[in-house]
Design a protein. Structure first.
Ligand SMILES: [Fe+2]
Length: 396
């Protein structure tokens, strides 16, 4: 999506004969919006329709927690145990019809391939390194990377040894670079918080010619359908276009600061369908002599605000730990806890690192979110009023 890429061998023109050792290759146009949106053209050794066996369809089951009260919430995810792989280990926290937000702490390697056939994915790598092997080539990832995977990409995670901790956003819409960061030709403009050089597409394409048994699990129709192939699905000899997976490191986000406080859109990193993903990064704070260098109170009248805290001290929140999540649902005001605004005056920088997702429709909560909810965050702004001299004498 970000710009034109080409890997491996492609013919001189599209839709002409292209052969590998004399065999006519299968050209696949993988595209959006009919034949008018972004697309890539892939050249396969086998027909991508070729399946040997159609396996099970497993519907996605979401266990919803219906809290009895509407209130701000804080969840601590650090202690959530590792389980499953990068697909089966997705532990849903909250969702609506635009986005599903999951925690994933895989403990097993994938022994199959996966393709999301009905949505784009952003995987924020809080901890972990490895390689995302894809039909478009290999994509190394590390701590702090957002791995952006467009629908239709067949892939397999090959994680390195060690802790893996991801926050995953899945959407039936598209994940895009915000429109205002790009000019009419698609180039990222001066003043945007990142540039094309910060976006890393697959760098190496390995064409697999093996035969055998290769299961592919496809998310489609709100479930997982498994197919069995008799060839390795990464059988592409070349591709070009605008549709492919890529990584962007949160550490390459250039924060925008001002003399007085900048609103959350200054931190926007990606645009989704009815939601945004923002990065709060270490930065210099507001520098007007009278500035209050943490957020003002605000009412999310039309949005829900989920923040995942990655590292550093978060100056406007009390009780936050690495891996904590706050959820400020729509309809309520929120802001720094008492005393924090005063304490922040005179601060010149922050080391905070956090990922925020603001959705424009209410989020449902999972049973896991209910188990992780501390139940008391909503009262963290409450301090009993002390009787004052003025109060005692005001009726005299
Ligand atoms: Fe907020």
């Amino acid at each position: 999506m970000p710009f034109y890429q080409r890997l491996g061998d492609v013919p001189r023109k599209r839709h002409i004969q292209f052969r590998d050792n004399g065999t006519l290759l299968t050209e696949e146009v993988m595209g959006l919006e009919g034949f008018t949106g972004n697309e890539s053209i892939l050249y396969h050794l086998q027909s991508p329709c070729r399946v040997m066996e159609i396996g099970e369809f497993e519907p996605i089951v979401r266990q919803e927690w219906l809290p009895e009260t509407h209130q701000h919430r804080m969840m601590h995810t650090k202690g959530v145990g590792a389980s499953g792989d990068e697909i089966t280990g997705r532990q849903l926290l909250m969702w609506n019809s635009d986005v599903e937000i999951s925690l994933c702490r895989p403990s097993e390697q994938m022994d199959y391939f996966f393709r999301n056939g009905e949505g784009d994915e952003v995987i924020f790598v809080h901890e972990g390194t490895g390689t995302l092997e894809t039909i478009f080539g290999s994509l190394p990832y590390k701590d702090g990377d957002y791995v952006v995977i467009p629908r239709g990409t067949t892939y397999k995670f090959v994680a390195d040894e060690g802790e893996q901790r991801y926050v995953i956003f899945e959407t039936p819409g598209l994940i895009e670079i915000p429109r205002r960061y790009r000019n009419q030709y698609g180039q990222i403009i001066e003043g945007a918080p990142y540039y094309h050089r910060d976006i890393h597409p697959p760098a190496e394409l390995n064409t697999h010619r093996e035969q055998g048994e290769f299961p592919v699990k496809v998310r489609v129709r709100d479930g997982y359908q498994t197919y069995l192939l008799d060839y390795h699905p990464f059988d592409v000899v070349g591709w070009d276009g605008y549709l492919y997976p890529w990584t962007f490191s949160i550490h390459d986000f250039e924060p925008i600061t001002g003399r007085i406080h900048q609103p959350p859109p200054a931190h926007q990193t990606f645009a989704g369908r009815n939601f945004v993903i923002c990065s709060f990064c270490p930065r210099k704070l507001d520098f007007d002599p009278l500035a209050v260098p943490i957020p003002y109170h605000h009412s999310n009248l039309q949005s829900e605000e989920m923040i995942y805290y990655v590292s550093g001290n978060f100056g406007s929140r009390k009780g936050v730990d690495v891996g904590s999540i706050t959820l400020h649902p729509s309809g309520l005001p929120h802001g720094p806890q008492p005393g924090l605004a005063e304490k922040a005056i005179g601060l010149h920088e922050t080391g905070e690192l956090a990922v925020m997702c603001d959705t424009f429709s209410p989020l449902k909560l999972s049973k896991l979110a209910g188990e992780l909810d501390d139940g008391k965050y909503a009262l963290s702004w409450y301090e009993p009023h002390e009787p004052t001299e003025a109060g005692l004498t005001s009726h005299l």
